[in-house]
Write a protein that binds this ligand. Structure first.
Ligand SMILES: Cc1ncc(C[n+]2csc(CCOP(=O)(O)OP(=O)(O)O)c2C)c(N)n1
Ligand SMILES: [Mg+2]
Length: 793
C-alpha cells in the first residue's frame, strides 16, 4: 500500500515533470491571488462591505499543495486543507477540471466558491470542511480511525484501496487545545496513516509566533508516537551550507529570531546583506557566498525554505510514504506571503495586494489583461503538454465513477423498535435508552442488519449513560485484540470490556471535542466510505457545551449521527453544581442540521430512537439529539401518534374547543405538570395538557410555514399551529421544562396566546428534587401559581 508511486509517464522526463510542477506552482499562486483580488477589487461591490480573503496564507502553502495534489496524493486519500488556503485548493481543482471558472470568479459570493473549503457548499471535492482552526486537522485522525473501523468490519468498498488522511495545517492551529486532545486519543487507538503537514510560516493572525515553540511541539508529537519530519531548508540553502562558511550561515539562520527573519524577508536583499555582514562579515567563506550575489539572488537564497522547495517537499513526503503507516507530522518552514509584496510582514494575514501591486505581480507572472483565468496563460508549456501532464497525475484519476462523494445504500430500520416492558415500573428515559440499545444489541431477526451498523462512542461515560449492556453484547473496538484482564482473572464485574477489531463501541477519554469529532467522522461514513454507519454518542448533557464547536462543526459538514445527552437539567439534583445544564435546549433549537428532542416517557423515546436511525439516513435528514434524564417516572399506557411525537408535541389531554388555558411540559418534569393539571381542571375543566417532545422541531416547522406562506403558499401550516388551534385566541399556555424557559417562550407568538414559561434560568444548587424544583420554580405549586396568574390575565 505504501510503496512509492511510479514517478512518470514514459513521455515526460523527470526533469520536465519537475519543470511542469513549477509551472503549476506559479499558476496556483497566480490564481489564488487573482481570485481574491477579483473578489475585492474587480467585481462590483453592492454593499460596501470588505469581501476579504487571505493572499498571504495562500502563498505560503503553494508548494506544499502542489506537491500533494500534483504528485503525491492518491485518489483514495482524504484531505483537510487549512481554511485560509481555500483559494489554492479551488485553483488546483480548476486545473483538474473539477472547478468552474464561474465558481472561482464568485469566490465568497452567494453561490460561488466558499471562503473556506466546505463539503456542503463547495461539493464533493472537499473531503473535510475547515474554518474553525484546529478542528479540520484533528478530524483527520478520527477519520482514519473510522476508516480502519469500516475496513475491519468488512464494510468498505472493495473497489477503493485504503487511503491516508492528511491535514494541511496552519502553524497557529497547533495553539488549539483540541489538537492535543486528538493526539492523545489517536495514540490510545494506535491511529495509522495520518499526515499533518504544518505550513510553518511562524505567523498567526496577529503576529509572529514565539521562537523555540516548535521544539516543544515536535517533542509532543514524538511522545505521541508520531514521526516528525522537519522540512527546513530548500536545496539552494542546503548547497550553500556545504560551502566554506556554510555552517556559520546555517547557525546564523537557526539562531535568527522568527520576528527578525520575517522582517528581513519583507525588507529584501539589501537588508539581508546588511544583517548578515554585521554578524558574519569577517568570515571569508560567508563573504564568498554573499558577495557575488545580487540583492535579488540573496533574497531568493535566504527565503529558500524547505516548504517552498517542491523537490524537497516531494522527496520528504515520498520518504515518509515509503517508511510505512506511522502517523507523521511534517514541519514545513515557509514564509507567509511568499512571492507577494507583503511576504514576511507580520500584519499580512488579511492583507490584500493593491491594484498597483497586482499590476506589477501580473507582469511578473506574464499574464495579459483579459487572460487572467486562462489555465495556460503565462506558462511555459503547450496545452497538449499540460494536459498530458495533468492526466498523468495520480490524483487526476477518479476515485469512483460517481466521484469523491460516495453514496451508500440505506440500512433498513424496522417499523418499531423493541420497547422495554415498562408498564407499572418507574423508568427513566436514560434507562429506557440503555434497555432498548441492549435489545437491539441482541441483533435478532429484523434488527440484525441495523445492529451491525451501529457504532457507539462515549468520552468515559459509557457506563454512566447506560451504554454498558450494549457494550457487553457488541464489544469494544480496537485495532488489536486486547483481553479483559478482570474477566480473565474471573473477577466479578458487570462490564465485559474485551477489545477486538469486531467490537462496536469506541471508548474515548474525557474530551468532549473528541467525541464530536469522532461522531463527525463516523457520520460521514456514507460520503467518505460509501457505507452506512449508524453512530451513537453519549455524553453528559452539560458537557455538550464543552465540545460545542466540534458538534457544530460535525453538523456543518452534514455528518449524520445520534447524540444522546444524559443526565440533563437541574433534575440530577444532589449532583448539582456544574453538572446541571440549563442552556442545552436552546442550543438544540439554534443548531443547524441537528434535530433535537427531549422525551418524557419511554414510549416517546422508542418512537424517537427509531426515527433517529431512519432520519439520519435520509438525503434531507440530519443528525439527531436526544436529551434524556435519570429521573424515574411512572410510565403511562397509551397509544401515541408517532408523527406527532416526531413533529414535536402531542396532546395528552385534548383541550375543549375555545379552552382558556393549557399546560405544556417537556422532559422529566412531567409528574409535576400532571399533578398541577389535575388541580387546574377543577378550575378550568376545558384545559388541555400538552406533551412537548421538541421545541426545536416545532419552531423549525413554524418558521418554515411562515416562509412558505410569505412565498405564496397561502394554505401552508405546521404542527404547532394545528396543536394550538383548539385553544381560545387569547388563551394562556403555562409551559414547563428543565431547561431555559426561553425554549418555550416563543409559543405565544404562534397564535397570539399568552405564555407563562417556567424553567430554570440559573443553576448550580445541590439539593433533593423537592428542594431543587421549589428553588427553581418547577414544582406543582409554582405551576399552579403560574396558572392562576395566567388565568387572571
Ligand atoms: C477557532 C478559531 N479561532 C479563531 C479564528 C480566526 N483565525 C483565522 S486564521 C487565524 C490564524 C491562523 O494562523 P495559521 O494557522 O498560522 O494560518 P496561516 O498563517 O497559514 O494563515 C485565526 C486566529 C478561527 N478561524 N478559528
Ligand atoms: Mg501561520
Amino acid at each position: 500500500m505504501n510503496a512509492p508511486m511510479p514517478l512518470v509517464l514514459p513521455a515526460l522526463s523527470d526533469t520536465r515533470r519537475v519543470e511542469l510542477l513549477h509551472q503549476v506552482e506559479r499558476k496556483l499562486l497566480w490564481l489564488s491571488a487573482w481570485m481574491i483580488h477579483n473578489a475585492n477589487h474587480i467585481r462590483p461591490n453592492r454593499d460596501g462591505l470588505k469581501v476579504g480573503g487571505h493572499q498571504a496564507s495562500c502563498a505560503s502553502c503553494i508548494s506544499i499543495l502542489t506537491a500533494l495534489y500534483f504528485e503525491v496524493l492518491r485518489p483514495q486519500d482524504r484531505v483537510a486543507v487549512k481554511p485560509h488556503a481555500g483559494p489554492v485548493f479551488h485553483a488546483a481543482n480548476y486545473l483538474f477540471g473539477r472547478q468552474s471558472r464561474e465558481q472561482m470568479e464568485g469566490l465568497r459570493q452567494f453561490g460561488g466558491a466558499q471562503s473556506y473549503p466546505s463539503r456542503v457548499k463547495d461539493g464533493g471535492e472537499v473531503d473535510f470542511s475547515t474554518g474553525s482552526v484546529g478542528l479540520g486537522v484533528a478530524i483527520t485522525s478520527f477519520a482514519s480511525l473510522i476508516a480502519d473501523y469500516v475496513r475491519l468490519h468488512g464494510l468498505g468498498r472493495p473497489d477503493i484501496a485504503p487511503g491516508r488522511h492528511i491535514a494541511i495545517a496552519g502553524d497557529a492551529e497547533l495553539d488549539e487545545g483540541n489538537i492535543y486532545e486528538a493526539l492523545l486519543e489517536g495514540w490510545k487507538h494506535d491511529v495509522r496513516n495520518v499526515w499533518w503537514i504544518i505550513d510553518y510560516n511562524r505567523q498567526s493572525l496577529d503576529s509572529v509566533v514565539p521562537d523555540r515553540l516548535f521544539g516543544r511541539i515536535e517533542g509532543l508529537f514524538r511522545d505521541m508516537g508520531w514521526n516528525v519530519v522537519t522540512i527546513k531548508y530548500g536545496r539552494l540553502l542546503e548547497a550553500a551550507f556545504l560551502r566554506p562558511g556554510g555552517e556559520e550561515l546555517r547557525r546564523w539562520i537557526d539562531d535568527c529570531p522568527n520576528s527578525l527573519y520575517s522582517a528581513l524577508t519583507f525588507q529584501g536583499g539589501a537588508a539581508w546583506r546588511a544583517a548578515l555582514l554585521t554578524d558574519l562579515g569577517r568570515d571569508d567563506g560567508v563573504r564568498a557566498i554573499l558577495d557575488p550575489m545580487s540583492d535579488d539572488e540573496l533574497s531568493a537564497l535566504m527565503t529558500n525554505l524547505g516548504g517552498h522547495d517542491i523537490e524537497t517537499v516531494i522527496e520528504q513526503l515520498r520518504a515518509a510514504d515509503a517508511a510505512g503507516d506511522q502517523p507523521t507530522c511534517f514541519i514545513a518552514y515557509t514564509i507567509k506571503g511568499m512571492g507577494l509584496p507583503f511576504a514576511g510582514h507580520k500584519d499580512n494575514h488579511a492583507g490584500l495586494m493593491t491594484r498597483e501591486q497586482m499590476e506589477i505581480f501580473r507582469d511578473k507572472m506574464h499574464i495579459r489583461p483579459g487572460h487572467e483565468w486562462d489555465p495556460l496563460e503565462g506558462l511555459d508549456a503547450s496545452e497538449a503538454e499540460l494536459r498530458h501532464f495533468l492526466d498523468s497525475v495520480p490524483f487526476a484519476r477518479k476515485l469512483t465513477p460517481e466521484g469523491r462523494s460516495l453514496v451508500a445504500a440505506e440500512v433498513a430500520i424496522p417499523e418499531a423498535l423493541p420497547q422495554p416492558k415498562v408498564a407499572g415500573r418507574k423508568v427513566s428515559t436514560q434507562a429506557g435508552f440503555g434497555d432498548m440499545l441492549a435489545e437491539i444489541g441482541r441483533g435478532q431477526g429484523e434488527l440484525r442488519e441495523m445492529a451491525s451498523r451501529i457504532v457507539t462512542m462515549s468520552p468515559d461515560v459509557t457506563v454512566s449513560t447506560n451504554l454498558g449492556p450494549w457494550v457487553n453484547r457488541r464489544g469494544v473496538f480496537d485495532r488489536h485484540t486486547r483481553n479483559d484482564v478482570f474477566r480473565d482473572a474471573k473477577l466479578a464485574s458487570a462490564q465485559r470490556w474485551g477489545m477486538t477489531p469486531e467490537g462496536q463501541h469506541i471508548e474515548l477519554g474525557i474530551a468532549e471535542q473528541n467525541l464530536f469529532l469522532l461522531l463527525g467522522a463516523a457520520g460521514l461514513a456514507a460520503p467518505l466510505h460509501g457505507t452506512r454507519l449508524l453512530p451513537v454518542g453519549t455524553v453528559y448533557d452539560p458537557f455538550v457545551n464543552r465540545g460545542l464547536d466540534a458538534l457544530i462543526y460535525a453538523c456543518y459538514q452534514d455528518a449524520r449521527f445520534l447524540l444522546v445527552s444524559t443526565p440533563s437539567g437541574v433534575t440530577l439534583a444532589p449532583e448539582g453544581g456544574q453538572h446541571q445544564s440549563v442552556n442545552t435546549p436552546l442550543i438544540g433549537m439554534a443548531a443547524d442540521r441537528l434535530a433535537s428532542y427531549e422525551p418524557s416517557h419511554v414510549d416517546e423515546l422508542a418512537i424517537l430512537l427509531r426515527h433517529a436511525f431512519w432520519h439520519m439516513q435520509q438525503p434531507n435528514g440530519s443528525a439527531v439529539w436526544l436529551r434524556l434524564s435519570t429521573r424515574q417516572l411512572e410510565q403511562p399506557q397509551r397509544r401515541l401518534d408517532p408523527a406527532a411525537v416526531i413533529a414535536g408535541g402531542h396532546w395528552v389531554v385534548e383541550p375543549q374547543p375555545g379552552a382558556r388555558i393549557a399546560l405544556a411540559y417537556q422532559g422529566p418534569v412531567a409528574p409535576e405538570a400532571l399533578a398541577a393539571f389535575a388541580e387546574l381542571r377543577a378550575e378550568a375543566p376545558e384545559a388541555g395538557l400538552l406533551a412537548l417532545t421538541s421545541p426545536d422541531r416545532l419552531h423549525a416547522g413554524w418558521l418554515a410555514a411562515g416562509r412558505a406562506r410569505r412565498g405564496g403558499e397561502r394554505l401552508a401550516t405546521c404542527h404547532v399551529e394545528r396543536l394550538l388551534t383548539s385553544l381560545a385566541p387569547g388563551a394562556a399556555l403555562v409551559t414547563i421544562l428543565d431547561g431555559h424557559p426561553a425554549a418555550h417562550a416563543w409559543l405565544g407568538a404562534v397564535r397570539g396566546q399568552r405564555v407563562v414559561p417556567l424553567g430554570p434560568d440559573r443553576f448550580g444548587q445541590s439539593g433533593d428534587l423537592l428542594d431543587i424544583y421549589r428553588a427553581y420554580g418547577l414544582d406543582t405549586d409554582a405551576i399552579l401559581d403560574a396558572c392562576a396568574q395566567a388565568l387572571l390575565g
